[in-house]
Write a protein that binds this ligand. Sequence first.
Ligand code: HEM
Length: 180
Amino acid sequence: MKGVVFTEFTDFVERQMGIDMVDRMFDESQLASGGAYTSVGTYDHREMVALVTTLSRLSGTPVPVLLKAFGGHLLGRFLIGYPAFFQQAGSLYAFIESIDRHIHVEVRKLYPDAELPSFSARTIAPGVMELDYRSSRGFADLAEGLLVAAIAHYREPVSLQRQDNVPEPAATRFTLSKAV
Ligand code: HEM
């Protein structure tokens, strides 16, 4: 997992819970890398799992809630760092379709060793889009947080439903429905 995700996570925790919580989270997580992350480095994604699990224990907030909130923070950072991705899309559904086809493709050019999930999007009825998230790293909560923040950014009347463990091939399925 790219260091930029870890440095953004550290920033997120500091903003939400203060620097002391950041220090305790690092002190109490067994991190092979020692936690000295640089945004261009590459680290085992299990260190992110260890950090979120420790933060959950220290803060009393469940891991899925923390990852969804971090997803919201991350989208805000992507908006500042990569505004063109959002402007080019022009609408929420066009943006979501561009994640796999364009955005993560550009990310892979930037970070050839990036570990990116796959997303397959399809319109199943007027105003209804299904999005299947697949990844061996299991960050569906992070994906959900990013999607909820994208819906808020585009200010479209869209509801989001989630179905875990969709079989063959295994995926988490998000269904977005536009209010008519
Ligand atoms: C709603 C839109 C997006 C969603 C749902 C999404 C979802 C995700 C998820 C879930 C991951 C974690 C890796 C995994 O699960 O295997 C990820 C990684 C990543 N995404 Fe996206 N993403 C979105 C938009 C973006 C945008 C706009 C950028 C900015 C250029 C971006 C850049 C990245 C980067 C750099 C990583 C880390 C890859 C790594 O650690 O190796 N994503 N994305």
